[in-house]
Design a protein around this ligand. Sequence first.
Ligand SMILES: Cc1cc2nc3c(=O)[nH]c(=O)nc-3n(C[C@H](O)[C@H](O)[C@H](O)COP(=O)(O)OP(=O)(O)OC[C@H]3O[C@@H](n4cnc5c(N)ncnc54)[C@H](O)[C@@H]3O)c2cc1C
Length: 455
Amino acid sequence: MEVDTVAELVAALPPGVVVTGAAEVEKYREDFARDGSAGVPLAVVRAETAGQVQQAVRWAAAHRTPVVPRGAGTGLSGGSSAVDGGITISLDRMRAIEIDPACQVAVVEPGALNVEVKRAAAEHGLWYPPDPSSFEICSIGGNLATNAGGLCCVKYGVTTDYVLGMDVVLADGTLVTLGGKQIKDVAGLSLLKLFVGSEGTLGIITRAILRLIPAQRAGATLVSSFPTMTAASRAVVAIRNRVRSSMLELMDNATINAVEDWRSHGLDRSTGALLIAQSDAHGASCEAEIDVIRRCCEEESATEVFTTTDADEADLFVSARRNAFMALEYRGSVLFEDVGVPVPLLPDLIDGMADISERCGVEIAVVAHAGDGNTHPIVVYDAADPASVTGARTAFDQVMALAIALGGTITGEHGVGRAKKGALPDQLGADVMALTRRVKDALDPDGILNPGAVL
Ligand SMILES: Cc1cc2nc3c(=O)[nH]c(=O)nc-3n(C[C@H](O)[C@H](O)[C@H](O)COP(=O)(O)OP(=O)(O)OC[C@H]3O[C@@H](n4cnc5c(N)ncnc54)[C@H](O)[C@@H]3O)c2cc1C
């Protein structure tokens, strides 16, 4: 029966679009969360057009078959993990990018990588700011579906702030166009934003209209060492109160050493915490901002402060920060967290996580988009040791509980996916969960879109 119905899908789409070979399908089963419970899909549809996405969804709707939308598979919460007996619709072949310099927008197919959009915009002196650390390997569709953040969000905001329009294929195969190239638009309910961050549970994004802004000014970078993460996070709070820096990132000692083990960036392995701050303000204002940041660091017992206006020199530190996840994966098995709190409570979150690490007997390395109060505690454990596995799972849950207790969130940018859905009701509460369920049921009554993710 299954084989017959998949044959129908294969026949309906051009040759090569529907992939069923085991080796090829395997590449589309997991994302970077390496979800051990990822299923085996009946087929992967490597769509080339929105029309093909519609055809595949109509087929799935007719057969009540689960559909998992997938971008580049760099997600860190199991959001695009395949489902047994379902199909995965991969958007990786839909990569067209068109820049409209007069309107200052990019019209982009979902499979285009973030870096490709940035490059295309730069050819016109324009900039697409959202910059997840994974910007060279993640897709725009995935960015919209997770409302991705990144390093410059502390000043420039997150993905949703740049989404003006999109085409979405709904659960019955209908394609709707929301928004457009206009900057302001309040006609009707804000359905456009409903789809941003919906993690493939409400529809499949097949085109996006993204706002661009003038290219970022070259600025200055300050790198400061601290004896502890607590001191560094206090400095972050002070900086946030006084200037609007364009980057405020933190790495702890475990991360610094993991990065150095993986690929030497010349970081001091004995440093308790490293803060990387940038200002892209104009001329003298840039100098003034860097001066304020320096003073905030010194007042919180910084042991060393270094500044540079040389872009290559700055990039050494920024790329060390961007490489943190990859480097930590080499230390053992990892669980990726993404908790956030109101910025003034960042030191409490940092201290609380250190306590959890000690109690559970597992290492929790911390990197953070600190200026947003958004941390990535990474639980490193030994998958071959049952005690370590239990400690890691307990620590993972306790870190989310701590963030909620501090009035924060279980995920600031990676999404709930499959990894964090157990904790979602604790954050949202019964009424908001019920409302979420009503929205999901209204848009996807048969529950075929990304079942098992988020809800
Ligand atoms: C080294 C590393 C660093 C990272 N740093 C950051 C960071 O700084 N900030 C950040 O926010 N994230 C970061 N991430 C996480 C990840 O890159 C982002 O979540 C990214 O937005 C996922 O994009 P993707 O194309 O890989 O999506 P996928 O992993 O393929 O999918 C992610 C989710 O989006 C859904 N989806 C994908 N495409 C579509 C579509 N067209 N329509 C509907 N739903 C869709 C999927 O179903 C899934 O739920 C990092 C990941 C890695 C590996």
